[in-house]
Design a protein around this ligand. Structure first.
Ligand code: PEP
Ligand code: MN
Length: 291
């Protein structure tokens, strides 16, 4: 690690990667996040209805997603916007898992709900707005469930790793870091996708790193391009919003892919993933040859 990174990150001893330390693999059933596969998590921003969620689950599973995303508890910036279905949404997600075999990732917003959400979810999502909610971090740290920790809107990578350290300190080693764009002076995209976050986090931490190109971009058309960039820079996977009819979505329709948009994205990712596999094989051969 270079001197600057040592200065920024070395105090987070549980999340910083020591020399020769193996990467953390977060296991969810037979899914390995951080183990070399590119794991795609996809689904609607919000669980709106059983039909919408089940249709989306079937479509994303068919095109290679391994995890279904969908918010039942929604952090909306307006009190007048759709706030999510709460427990009814969790029940719908569990039904989608039963039908498709997809694992479930869903947001928990309050420490009060950690127990309830843990009953239904395979992975607990900490949203960008909650990255610094330390009592929530403590609660998910004790939950026994893997956690997908999103980078805060105004958070430095140092802040993200500080929050990750909190969760590990509470006894939970299964943390997945998520780059989802940050606020800058740029307004052409919803947030600014910090592509360098992926190689920096990979260099300094042993935790898996996934990218959310939907919230980074805010614009459907560039989501697949950012997805390809994520694969090229070494992300362990993606979390992407998909909706059966994005123009009718109750949240984040402008950035949600249609089913065919998702299928095209997965198809166009394949050459990048195959290149990654060849590079990983070549690296393995080189290490074995050097023994
Ligand atoms: C979401 O995943 O729908 C969400 C609200 O994300 P973020 O916390 O990154 O804004
Ligand atoms: Mn969203």
């Amino acid at each position: 690690m270079n001197a600057h990174w040592i200065q920024c990150f070395s105090q987070f001893n549980l999340v910083v990667r020591a020399d020769n330390q193996p990467r953390t693999i977060v296991r969810v059933g037979d899914i390995e996040i951080g183990g070399g596969d590119f794991v795609v998590m996809a689904g609607p921003c919000s669980v709106e209805s059983e039909r919408q969620t089940l249709d989306t689950a079937v479509a994303v599973a068919k095109h290679g997603a391994r995890v279904l995303r969908g918010g039942a508890f929604k952090p909306r910036s307006s009190p007048y916007a759709f706030q999510g279905l709460g427990k009814a949404g969790l029940i719908i997600l569990a039904k989608a898992r039963e039908i498709t075999g997809l694992a479930i990732v869903t947001e928990v917003m309050s420490e009060r709900d950690v127990e309830l959400v843990s009953e239904y979810a395979d992975i607990l999502q900490i949203g960008a707005r909650s990255m610094e909610n330390y009592s929530l971090l403590e609660a998910v740290g004790r939950s026994g469930r893997p956690v997908l920790l999103k980078r805060g809107l105004m958070a430095k990578l140092e802040d993200l790793l500080r929050s990750a350290q909190f969760i590990l300190e509470c006894g939970n080693p299964d943390v997945i870091l998520c780059e989802r764009g940050i606020r800058t002076f740029e307004t052409a995209t919803r947030n600014t996708f910090d592509i360098a976050a992926v190689p920096v986090l990979n260099a300094v931490s042993h935790l898996p790193v996934v990218v959310d190109p939907s919230h980074a971009a805010g614009i459907r058309e560039i989501v697949p391009i950012l997805a390809r960039a994520s694969a090229a820079v070494g992300a362990d996977g993606l979390i992407v919003e998909v909706h059966p009819a994005p123009q009718q979505a109750l949240s984040d329709g402008e950035q949600s892919l249609t089913f065919s948009g998702f299928s095209d994205m997965m198809h166009d990712l394949e050459p990048y993933l195959s290149l990654r596999r060849s590079l990983a094989d070549a690296e393995l051969l080189a290490t074995q040859g050097g023994r």
